[in-house]
Design a protein around this ligand. Structure first.
Ligand code: SF4
Length: 295
């Protein structure tokens, strides 16, 4: 920080010195061509200063936003809310309580097969599960396979999903991915993260949800609720979603890995809420490391 301040002071002083010299030159020589030199030098020094700001910014510093494309929508966590990583015994106790309260947690996106799950998750980006379910209730009655979706077409799909944000782009992607499923996978949904992520509109989170909910792999899809809960509680602190995903994989005991995604998402959505976490009613209050618990 000190180096950064010194560098900025030097460049600012340079601007002032050059400005003063040019001003003197203009005043004594009555030659206004010096103005051109002045603006050129000022522009060069301002450029140097901006470069300094960029170069000297600490990578991943507290004031930086999470890396683009990695932080979940609305999920950027304030540095104060990032607790230290909890130990194994504490995390085991937390997930034992989650399991006792809800042995078989379920996702809330309505679907009838792997394909409709994939489409529902793709549609749910920056939308609520309830909103997606309202839109897909009628859609999946007539288009529950990629072949039927292609027959419905982009405009037909849009007619069903126009209440969902970014519906035009999502409709384009659903039609494109349906075509790929038909042409490359015989209409089936692939079961690897790489193959899923190669589909249009399918990111790491969507792929992980499908792997977890349909293929029952211990994949951790980190959304805004899991990101917030992981950082506040110390279950899985991390500056971006991949770091939180890794922390869950590394620290949650194996017997809880399969359902960790749903336990955390439901707890984050309904208890450890963004604006005002319901700490007094939280079943892991005594184990949570968040320092600003509500009363
Ligand atoms: S005690 Fe409060 S901050 Fe900690 S997990 Fe529960 S609701 Fe969230």
């Amino acid at each position: 920080m000190l180096v950064r301040i010194l560098f900025l002071l030097v460049t600012l002083a340079g601007e002032l010195v050059v400005g003063g010299l040019i001003d003197t030159f203009i005043t004594t020589r009555k030659d206004f061509s010096g103005l051109l030199v002045y603006f050129s030098m000022a522009a060069w020094l301002i450029g140097l200063e901006m470069q300094a700001r960029h170069i000297l910014r600490p990578p991943g510093g507290a004031a930086d936003p999470p890396p683009a494309g990695l932080a979940p929508a609305g999920g950027a966590v304030h540095i104060r809310a990032m607790a230290a990583q909890l130990d194994h015994t504490t995390i085991h106790a937390i997930f034992s309580r989650f399991q006792a309260a809800e042995p078989e947690p379920k996702g809330e996106l309505a679907h009838v097969n792997a394909y409709t799950l994939l489409v529902a998750v793709a549609l749910s980006a920056q939308a609520t599960d309830a909103g997606v379910n309202r839109a897909t209730a009628a859609l999946f009655r007539i288009a529950d396979t990629p072949e039927k979706m292609l027959a419905l077409g982009e405009e037909g799909l849009i007619a069903h999903i126009r209440t969902i944000g970014l519906y035009r782009n999502k409709a384009k992607n659903v039609i494109k991915l349906s075509r790929i499923l038909v042409e490359q996978y015989g209409g089936a949904v692939p079961s690897s993260r790489a193959a899923l992520q190669a589909l249009p509109g399918v990111g790491r989170k969507t792929a992980n949800v499908v792997l977890n909910m349909w293929w029952r792999l211990p994949a951790q899809a980190v959304d805004t609720h899991i990101f917030r809960l992981g950082n506040r509680s110390g279950i899985a602190p991390g500056r971006d979603v991949v770091a939180v995903e890794r922390a869950i994989e590394d620290h949650v005991p194996a017997e809880f890995q399969l359902h960790a995604h749903h336990w955390m998402i439901l707890h984050g959505r309904y208890v450890c809420k963004a604006r005002k976490p319901a700490c007094p009613a939280c079943l892991i209050r005594d184990l949570c490391a968040y320092e600003e618990k509500t009363e």
